[in-house]
Design a protein around this ligand. Structure first.
Ligand code: UDP
Ligand code: MG
Length: 337
């Protein structure tokens, strides 16, 4: 990573309009955090300029009703280091972060909460770790300042489950303070509450991931936007992720296999019942096994067809977006061919 404002690179987009590429874009989702914002902007600015890093702050207002949007708009007109992205309504933290990623130009992207629970003074430390060759550095709130029953407990369980299912071993997936190499973020589409699974998604895309302990403060202003119900939404997203990780490029392997197993056992039972009927001459109309055989055959065929459809969908997904099924870290060739 380069140091200092002067060394910032200039890029041209396809209309020939040039933009400065800063070392880091700091993306902050904001929903009703007007008291925290002035302190937050100052803290980010001083932490980064003290370390001679060129930066931009992208605050995404996610449908605030307390005047946060107004404050950000005013600030963005006077400060050169701030971009205010105002969403039309409240879409949720994940969408706000996705919007921020869209407008970020930096070589690295750092995300953090607007409520001052994360400490902007930790950003240079995350960036230094990123420069060691990682694609994603996640913060770990090792001394987390939140309620025990509604927060720490569900979060402990969720972290354990996410680790088990995704295979990415982090202590704290929920920490918003994370640093990414920008290519890693560009590769990912976010839905639902997926922002906490960014490490897992990045891992699926082959990123090198690590974590470091960061500071965490209790909320000074306003209230948390979430309650215990978030845990359930996170669990549903976890199911999606675990499926994507295993079968994104080969859905037929799961549906086809299940369907085949179901068809084979249904046929087996069917043959057995036919034998009983034709050879032994017994009644089979009142046997529960008959219902089971029919059920297995029907669901088997359905699963099989579903697998085929999923294959088609998967191909459309990859081909329509020009998404290869692999990710290249780098290409090395002596004469550049
Ligand atoms: N946030 C948002 N949209 C929402 C809810 C939250 O942009 O619908 C922002 C919020 O302003 C904060 C961050 O997401 O910057 C995390 O929210 P919060 O502090 O309420 O979550 P907690 O830290 O309690 O998990
Ligand atoms: Mg918070």
């Amino acid at each position: 990573m380069r140091n200092g404002l002067v060394s910032a690179k200039v890029s041209e987009d396809n209309q020939g309009i040039s933009a400065i590429i800063p070392d880091v874009s700091v993306v902050v989702p904001v929903h009703d955090e007007v008291e925290s914002l002035p302190l937050l902007l100052e803290a980010i600015a001083s932490s980064l300029s003290e370390n001679n890093l060129s930066y931009e702050i992208i605050c995404v207002d996610d449908g605030s009703t307390d005047g946060s949007d107004q404050f950000l708009k005013e600030q963005a007109q006077t400060r050169t280091d701030l971009k205010a992205v105002i969403l039309r309504r409240n879409y949720g933290q994940t969408a706000a972060m996705a919007a921020g990623f869209n407008y970020a130009l930096g070589e690295a992207i750092v995300t953090l909460d607007a409520d001052l629970q994360n400490d902007p003074a930790d950003i240079p430390m995350l960036l230094a770790k990123l420069a060691e060759g990682y694609d994603l550095v996640s913060g770990w709130r090792h001394k987390r300042q939140d309620a025990v029953v509604s927060r720490l407990l569900p979060s402990k369980i969720a972290n354990w489950l996410i680790g088990k299912i995704t295979g990415v071993k982090l202590h704290d997936y929920g920490c918003s303070l994370k640093a990414y190499r920008s290519e890693v973020v560009a590769d990912m589409n976010l839905y639902g509450e997926l922002h906490r699974f960014l490490p897992a998604l990045a891992y699926i895309e082959g990123a090198r991931i690590t974590e470091i302990p960061v500071r965490h403060h209790s909320r000074r202003f306003g209230r948390s936007k979430y309650g215990i119900w978030r845990t359930f939404r996170v669990l549903m997203d976890l199911l999606t992720i675990s499926f994507m990780k295993k079968f994104l490029t080969r859905p037929m392997h799961v549906f086809g296999l299940l369907g085949l197993a179901s068809i084979i056992s249904g046929t087996g039972i069917g043959i057995y019942l036919t034998f009983i009927k034709l050879v032994l001459g017994q009644m089979i109309g009142n046997r529960p096994l008959l219902i089971l055989a029919v059920l297995l055959l029907v669901t088997g065929v359905q699963l099989f067809c579903f697998g085929l459809l999923a294959e088609l969908l998967m191909r459309t997904y990859h081909e329509s977006q020009g998404r290869p099924i692999y990710r290249v870290r780098e290409v090395v060739a002596k004469n550049g061919n």
